[in-house]
Design a protein around this ligand. Structure first.
Ligand code: 3EB
Length: 358
């Protein structure tokens, strides 16, 4: 069968030109990274299909806050001023807010966002945030968390004798247990990075249908990390694979220079970046063995690369371009990584890109 790459916008164009007469299953959602100007210009055209928009940059964007799940993550971009990560649905969405969660959903998936200033310790604030997320998605029938992004203020700082990332992990793990999630089965792909400012931002995709977990044989599963990294292990899968309508979507977690559970190449950013690429390629290969069609070209791959040190930008750009080619879009951000000795983290999604811009 001929492989075509179709998204919502191109599907309707083809149908209207009469080129396709049989119904086409369009994938339920798409992603794009756009400038603030492009977002401001195009958002009204897609407003009834906006699942969520997250702005990244050292300054909040001047554009009007959209009427959809939205947050600004206080994190400098290494190229450009503000970038919007925009999730769109092929069909109109239903929006609802509760317990500090703003959400939008279509038939298949729910996008949710929390953006709050912790009023208590980070472990308790994280526990409450994740408990609310599970209640929220369960009540609406989207009980399978697929992907979570966690932006944690001052992630490497000490809070009452424990690193804040370790406190975050305690709250997250305990919420998974309290809400009856089986860790290692119902575990989303994730990222956890340090942000500036005061806000804890968590946004996520949850599905009616479960995703398939993908792990990395080069790495200990994060949920099995030993206690030397904190009293509770991080609760995430290396990737999740969703066989949605259209083409498979693969969510690859934040990936770093870790082999087994040990940080490799401390202080050596080029070597850490190469190790990170080796881990990314291994996870993608594992997904292929689990049914992901890796023929899906790298033009469907979108990456976010987090660098602790801005001076590593040119090196990281060269390394990722060599590994994934020029067709892969990469957003570069400056962030603290969750282990103080990590300099680089890279996450990715194989997904249908929205066209033309959104
Ligand atoms: C690692 O592999 C690097 O705590 O949600 C990557 C992705 C990392 C997600 C998380 C942490 C998280 O352990 C750090």
């Amino acid at each position: 069968m001929e492989k075509t790459q179709i998204n919502a916008a191109s599907t309707s164009r083809r149908i209207s030109r009469g080129l396709i007469t049989t119904p086409v299953q369009s994938p339920p959602f798409a992603l794009s990274y756009v400038s603030a100007d492009d977002f401001a210009q195009h958002q009204s055209r897609v407003s009834d299909r906006l699942l969520g928009a997250i702005a990244f940059g050292a300054e909040p964007s001047a554009i009007a806050v959209p009427d959809c799940p939205y947050a600004w993550v206080d994190m400098p971009l290494l190229a450009g001023d503000v970038v919007f990560e925009v999730w769109t649905s092929a069909q109109p969405v239903v929006r609802e807010a509760e317990d500090g969660i703003t959400s939008a959903r279509n038939h298949d998936i729910l996008f949710g966002c929390l953006h709050l200033e912790p009023a208590c310790g980070l472990d308790k604030a994280t526990f409450e945030a994740y408990s609310h997320i599970f209640d929220f998605i369960d009540r609406r029938g989207y009980g399978h968390p697929l992907r979570a992004w966690n932006y944690v203020p001052q992630i490497n700082d000490d809070e009452d004798g424990l690193e804040r990332y370790a406190r975050f992990n305690m709250g997250r793990h305990d919420a998974f247990v309290a809400k009856n999630r089986i860790i290692g089965m119902s575990t989303p792909a994730a990222s956890a990075l340090g942000s500036r400012g005061k806000h804890l931002t968590i946004y996520f995709l949850a599905g009616k249908q479960a995703g398939q977990l993908v792990e990395n044989p080069r790495q200990t599963s994060a949920f099995h990390y030993p206690a030397q990294y904190g009293p509770r292990s991080p609760t995430f899968a290396r990737a999740t694979l969703l066989q949605a309508a259209g083409e498979p979507q693969l969510f690859v977690s934040g990936t770093s220079s870790i082999v087994g559970h040990v940080t490799m190449h401390a202080g050596d950013a080029p070597a850490q970046t190469r190790e990170t690429v080796a881990n990314l390629l291994t996870v993608i290969e594992q997904a292929r063995l689990a049914g992901f069609d890796a023929a899906s070209s790298n033009a469907r791959l979108m990456l976010k690369a987090y660098l602790r040190r801005p001076d590593d930008l040119a090196m990281a750009q060269a390394c990722l371009k060599q590994a994934f080619g020029a067709a892969t879009q990469v957003v570069y951000l400056q962030a603290d990584i969750c282990r103080a000795d990590l300099l680089v983290e890279v996450e990715g999604v194989y997904i249908n890109r929205a066209e033309p811009v959104l």
